[in-house]
Design a protein around this ligand. Sequence first.
Ligand code: ATP
Ligand code: MG
Length: 424
Amino acid sequence: MAQQIQSIRGMHDILPDESGQWHWLERHARDVLERYGYREIRMPIVEKTELFKRSIGEVTDIVEKEMYTFEDRNGDSLSLRPEGTASCVRAGIQHGLFHNQQQRLWYQGPMFRHERPQKGRYRQFQQIGVETFGYAGPEIEAELIAMTQRLWDVLGIADVTLELNTLGTPESRKAYREVLVDFYRAHLDQLDDDSRRRLETNPLRILDSKNPQVQTLNDNAPSLHDHLDDASKAHFATLCALLDDVGIAYQLNSRLVRGLDYYSHTVFEWTTTALGAQGTVCAGGRYDGLVPQLGGKPTPAAGFAMGVERLLELVRVQGGADASYRPDAYLVLAGDAAQRRGFALAERLRSDLPQLKLQVNIGGGSFKAQIKRADKSGAEVALIIADDELAAGTITVKPLRDRTAQQETVPYETVIEKLSATLA
Ligand code: ATP
Ligand code: MG
């Protein structure tokens, strides 16, 4: 036998037993987004590498070591997208979606990052992302957060914490950056190699360090909040007040800086302790600088992205809804004559009951084997046609789940009535 080929490490198949759960989450997410007036945009999975270098930044983990970059046959450098924001902004500029307009957009799809695979961290993973353009005030940030809270409620997700911070205007962030660099320079001996490198390239990221020694140093680092200008403070205060108005709780976290360079003002993350180390299920913020950085006119922007695998795992550990796919009925066809009649009968049933999910036994098999398959399909009832039913023009309806219910042999019209009552 030829050797089997396996999928790539960190890239997973979503098997039929799991896809129902994915549909369930995607359906609810789309529903909630549409209730707030968001419209879907679909972008290519591959973009010019330059796009990510210019948006995410050359000195971020993503661009430095996580991207799937390759040359295509023309010698152009292309990359599988590691996130959706850059593509969305590129598309918006390219198609003139931002000029004198406001946009509320969402997308979903696979993202690719060459990280060390572990639970909740994959090399291909799925995001649902939201981006807004043309809204400068904190109201849109409040809306983004309220919308995610509503989605958690719909999905039955509890035990998530909203962490909130502000990075202020680019000017106040820049002023703070200088203060911070001075501070770290005075404590160089306490920085690890990674942090020293970041000191030159992206010093705010040192605040995010997981190294305990650096974390101790960070406890004494100057706080960004002491360097915010009045406009930044007012923006953030309004956001907090709006969240208070609708009763959404948050934790202020001055360490929350996010990995990407393009954020300003609000940054937020929804985190949970229920998933171990990979506890961030949704992250976002304001990124007013990105559209001009990619060649567009200055455009205020804010958005977020959620990790679908982590959300599904959270639903699972919290004992959430089981949404796996099941047909409503399984058609058992005992004998050659019944098999012949079954095909047309199934089509007639589907025409008469558009909401019916009906699976037909194909390939024969003994009556017992077919009932076994019916049971395994998860269907609520088996519809049986054997010699007796054929002769009498009837169908036997056999309940497969409800042990107290009796099986009945009835005319076609009665089957339609019974099924439509249970499907309604
Ligand atoms: P983390 O700190 O976990 O690496 P991140 O800051 O790199 O996350 P973002 O770029 O903000 O993540 O992406 C938004 C969300 O996408 C994350 O909050 C997470 O839920 C999900 N996500 C990011 N990277 C992965 C991955 N490799 N595998 C699965 N989900 C991921
Ligand atoms: Mg990451």
